[in-house]
Design a protein around this ligand. Sequence first.
Ligand SMILES: Nc1ncnc2c1ncn2[C@@H]1O[C@H](COP(=O)(O)OP(=O)(O)OP(=O)(O)O)[C@@H](O)[C@H]1O
Ligand SMILES: [Mg+2]
Length: 502
Amino acid sequence: MAQPLVMMSSIRKQFGPVLANDDVSVTVNAGEVLALLGENGAGKSTLMKILYGFYAADAGTIRISGQPVSFSSPREAMAAGIGMVFQQFSLIPALSVLENLLAALPDAPWLQPRGSTKVRAALRWLTRLAPEIDPNRAVRTLSVGERQLVELAKVLNLDARVVILDEPTSVLTPAETERLYGFIKTLTSEGKAVVLITHKLADIAACADHIVVMRGGKIVDEAPARDRTPGSLVEAMVGRGVAGSLPPPSSPPTDVPLLQVRGLSADIQGRKIRDVSFELAPGEILGIAGVSGNGQFTLAESLAGLVPALAGDVVLDGVSIASRVEDGAISGDVAYVPERPLDNAVVADLDLALNLALRDVRQLDFFPDRKAAFRRAHELISRYDIRPPQPTLAASALSGGNLQKLVIARELSGRVRLVIACYPTMGLDVLATQAVYREMFRQATEDACVVWISEELDDLLSYAHRIAVIHAGEIMGITRREAADRRTLGRWMAGHAMIEAA
Ligand SMILES: Nc1ncnc2c1ncn2[C@@H]1O[C@H](COP(=O)(O)OP(=O)(O)OP(=O)(O)O)[C@@H](O)[C@H]1O
Ligand SMILES: [Mg+2]
């Protein structure tokens, strides 16, 4: 019988008091997709970072095609054909797409003569994965989804035989996701193995051959994908049944606008929005749909008052907030959950308590009362089920989903009038997703208005009062949820503007 491509046996990894991997054994076969599931903090990323040589296991063994290996760095793992696309990105923002691909090669400087074999090989992967991305563009100007595709091209360009993808679809648009599924199939048909870490049942339905579910550092279920139903997987992940969907938020009590956005134009390094106008009543939730990279980031930052408007105004409760950029801080009545929280919303080296206090930094004169900060941290950590529940832990020690929960906890817990939430449930498991929606909708019932940027069209269609579509920095159309249909939204996303008023 053929050897499994990867065999990890009795892997153990402890971080301080946390046993992240507890006697975990998995095999990955060539030509197969192994889906690795489990709630936030279950130990999925840790297990795969051990395979990738990023962490050393405390105990256990790894065999590749039957040969025992011991990697002391990702370089060594890559040389053995293991490639990993991280949950948190690892591209160098100031370099171009092509330079990033070349810089990752073990033996090549990133300055390569045009047309060299290495350049051509890198460009080939780019063309296959993301033909619309100009290889000379700086990575910092790419959308989250585009960065993900470049990360994948980088790994494939390194000749990986085992491709580990850590929650790749949480940042991809439906079209990008479909394309990724197609690639995964091609890769396995070429005899490569894919490990897909995901919270999305659709990913499993589309490509998993084998399933491993982790909880609390251990494997709690393992089976061929065809032997499991979505319901049984969710139960295995969280250890119990999950109540169905949430009730949709009730309608706003009045039409009198709380937020008025008038002719707003802004530009962040070429990512522009133009002439954006809408009004929101207190209690109203506006979903912003659209393919990521179409101005969402600039819209969110300028609504939050973090970049100056080139034209237009943002008025909250009668007061212009577009000029607040001078203060260098977000005002107390705006909650802002930006995209990529690790880059944009936390200080990785500070502990959880201080990260949770960052909103109040101005009021506290930069020296938060440690005792009060800890009391509050304990409260938020338990309310949002942030794990491990230790206020003294550095934010960098949190799993991806728990980091997201940390930012949500800080931003959504105060009394605010405007919530700007970008992809707020990215990377969250089923229970955490429900908890975040509940808090977001609670803000609406307390008369805040909510601008909710998302690519989860199903969720927007279930919960937003109105849905606007952004394309190339402009609002293509806006519709009430009841009147929304996917075809129209899809046309707007593709850049066809609304013809008549809804
Ligand atoms: N560098 C680290 N230092 C300290 N603790 C860590 C570190 N990395 C992970 N942990 C802890 O190990 C546990 C497992 O984390 P891991 O990142 O593997 O979870 P995960 O299953 O990938 O979760 P998510 O779905 O949220 O990404 C968590 O409790 C996490 O806080
Ligand atoms: Mg993870």
